[in-house]
Write a protein that binds this ligand. Structure first.
Ligand SMILES: Nc1ncnc2c1ncn2[C@@H]1O[C@H](COP(=O)(O)OP(=O)(O)OP(=O)(O)O)[C@@H](O)[C@H]1O
Length: 255
């Protein structure tokens, strides 16, 4: 579980996160949504410590991350898996070298143990015959799966994904969403995903945090979002005609 209490973050005079509090629960995919520039990336980066917050606290379970020194934060980071925008694989490493990288960096496991873990993770994300290939030799969807395999190789308690579907077609996006959701449940990870993708919201939005101009404006589940009365949220969600139609059909069915 990750608990955020009253965090604020400014860049010079620009207040980007304004008193945000929320709880991200384990075994759930927690989505952060909002317009471009609303503060999603700054929030995600603040949670993992890539930005220092000006005020407020971030707890990983009962551990106060904001109060930790560099050494303790470094240790806690080993419990975090991250999937960056674009995959961020090392081009000159093969698929299996990419996935093995955190094990080489942070563990003393034997070669055999590392290989077993790499094989397990690649198997888990359904990559069967690409172990020796290089990122440039596989599709964008496969690259994303390799990035996910690398993110889970250290068996993290917390998984962070920044726009995991960027650059993918809708069908592949759905496969990636389902994979992240499945892994979250299977490994009981606390997963936080920054997304623009309304399809993801409707598919895997166990918990959704909507921020608008740096302020928490709504939170709820994918079941609740279609009925939410918040005007800013409605403008965001129902900018898409398909979701207006889905809402209307649901409301008609229920009445
Ligand atoms: N390092 C920085 N220095 C100064 N301002 C920043 C910095 N990073 C972000 N900002 C500002 O913070 C605000 C929120 O940016 P952020 O990247 O979090 O938005 P976002 O919701 O993730 O947008 P998008 O969906 O387009 O990625 C913007 O006004 C941005 O200019």
């Amino acid at each position: 579980m990750i608990t955020i209490q009253n965090i604020c973050k400014s860049f010079d005079d620009n207040l980007v996160l304004n008193d945000i509090s929320t709880v991200f629960e384990p075994g759930k995919t927690n989505l952060i949504i909002g317009r471009s520039g609303s503060g999603k990336t700054v929030l995600l980066k603040s949670i993992v410590g890539l930005h220092e917050v000006d005020q407020g606290d971030i707890f990983y379970d009962d551990r106060n991350f904001t109060q930790m020194n560099h050494k303790l934060r470094k240790k806690l980071r080993q419990e975090m898996g991250m999937v960056f925008q674009g995959g961020a694989l090392f081009d000159s490493f093969s698929v299996e070298e990419n996935v093995r990288f955190p094990l080489d960096m942070f563990t003393n496991k034997s070669q055999k143990e590392k290989q077993e873990r790499v094989d397990f993770c690649l198997d888990r994300v359904n990559i069967a015959k690409a172990h020796k290939l290089y990122p440039a030799e596989i599709s964008g969807g496969m690259q994303k799966r390799v990035a996910i395999a690398r993110a889970i190789v250290m068996n993290p308690k917390y998984l962070f994904c920044d726009e995991p579907n960027s650059g993918l077609d809708p069908e592949t996006s759905l496969v990636i969403d389902e994979l992240v959701h499945e892994l979250t449940v299977d490994f009981n990870m606390t997963t936080v995903i920054n997304t623009h993708d309304m399809n993801s919201v409707m598919e895997i939005g166990d918990r959704i945090l909507f921020i608008s101009e740096g302020v928490k404006t709504w939170e709820g589940t994918k079941q609740e979002i279609l009925h939410a009365q918040n005007k800013k949220l409605q403008e965001f969600v129902f900018a898409n005609k398909t979701y207006r139609e889905i809402r209307d059909v649901k409301i008609e069915k229920e009445s």
